[in-house]
Write a protein that binds this ligand. Structure first.
Ligand code: UTP
Length: 291
């Protein structure tokens, strides 16, 4: 079982970042100098994936343009001897990696967006990555860790992390049986439960490795929480017939789907950056001394 195809659902409306997302895809918002989608793509490449499927809507040309060649810009950078900048736009995708763009005609939910990728994915196991969950790790990325688990267990794997009890309403929450320190077997899944209804505080985050039979379940999944076709409901149906594991990845996740997470991720990356570290720490000190 070799997972080579990743689906990036990027057709959401991104309303939490309006007005910026009126014209700019949420996934193109930058963390320092790279768009969110680039962090997810790099994690997929680190995991050995070579087919990147973007589920977009008709307003998101910028994502396709970003991964395309920019002839005029390349020629200008070449002529002015800006080789480092030139490399930064030429090396976005290594040779041999292909991109496929699929349209989700209407934003009917994440489950529906994944279903739109069915003709490209076929019957092989595949990954789904949500770019707005940016996962930072010094070692291998979360997706690569998950692929190792999936290959070992020959099963679907979803990424989870513990969230504060009062935040269960923002996530899909699993009930599971512990297998080892980081791994458990999923027994049930419920989308956005109130804290009093949540079976645990183990929340599903934006990385999934799925058996292709999920598509059959998504075909029959009805509209769920928030009036959308939920991927979690499809997985809940899948786990009744095939094993699904929950994996607590190593790394730090930033929820860049909202303003606070975006700022936290930016600060984190700035602190980790050799050039920005000093000025950012100085700015933080200055503010803290005034508190
Ligand atoms: P979100 O729940 O974050 O929704 O989607 P959103 O529309 O992007 O943002 P808000 O809540 O309005 O601010 C999670 C992921 O699923 C994709 C989004 O692009 C995002 O990556 N998605 C969601 C789709 O591709 N299609 C949909 O119909 C819904």
């Amino acid at each position: 079982m070799r997972i080579r195809t990743v689906v990036f659902p990027v057709a959401g409306l991104g309303t939490r970042f309006l007005p910026a997302t009126k014209v700019l895809a949420k996934e193109m918002l930058p963390l320092l100098d790279r768009p969110l989608i680039q962090y997810a793509v790099d994690e997929a490449l680190d995991a050995g994936c070579d087919t990147l499927v973007f589920v977009t809507n008709r307003y998101k040309h910028a994502i396709a343009d970003y991964f395309d060649k920019a002839y005029e810009l390349e020629a200008k950078l070449e002529a002015s001897g800006k080789h480092e900048l030139l490399a930064s736009i030429q090396d976005i995708l290594p040779k041999g990696v292909r991109t496929v763009f699929v349209t989700q005609p209407e934003a009917l939910g994440l489950g529906h967006a994944v279903l739109c990728a069915r003709p490209v994915v076929g019957d092989q196991p595949f990954a789904v990555m949500l770019a707005d969950d940016m996962i930072w790790n010094r070692g291998h990325g979360a997706l690569r860790q998950m692929i190792e688990v999936a290959e070992h267990e020959h099963a679907s794997v979803i990424a989870v992390e513990d969230v504060p009890a009062d935040q269960t309403q923002r996530y899909g929450i699993v009930s599971s049986e512990v297998v080892s320190e980081r791994l458990s077997r999923v027994r049930g899944l419920i989308e956005k439960p109130r804290p009093e209804d949540a079976p645990s505080t183990l929340a599903v985050v934006g990385r999934y490795l799925l058996d292709a039979s999920i598509f059959d379940h998504l075909e029959t999944t009805r509209v769920g929480a928030g009036g959308e076709i939920q991927l979690t409901d499809g997985i809940a149906a899948l786990l009744k017939v095939k094993p699904v594991f929950a994996y607590r990845f190593q790394g730090r996740r930033f929820d860049c789907g909202n303003r606070l997470g975006m700022v936290q991720a930016t600060m984190h990356l700035a602190i980790e950056d050799a050039e920005l570290h000093g000025p950012i720490v100085a700015l933080m000190r200055e503010h803290l001394s005034r508190e």
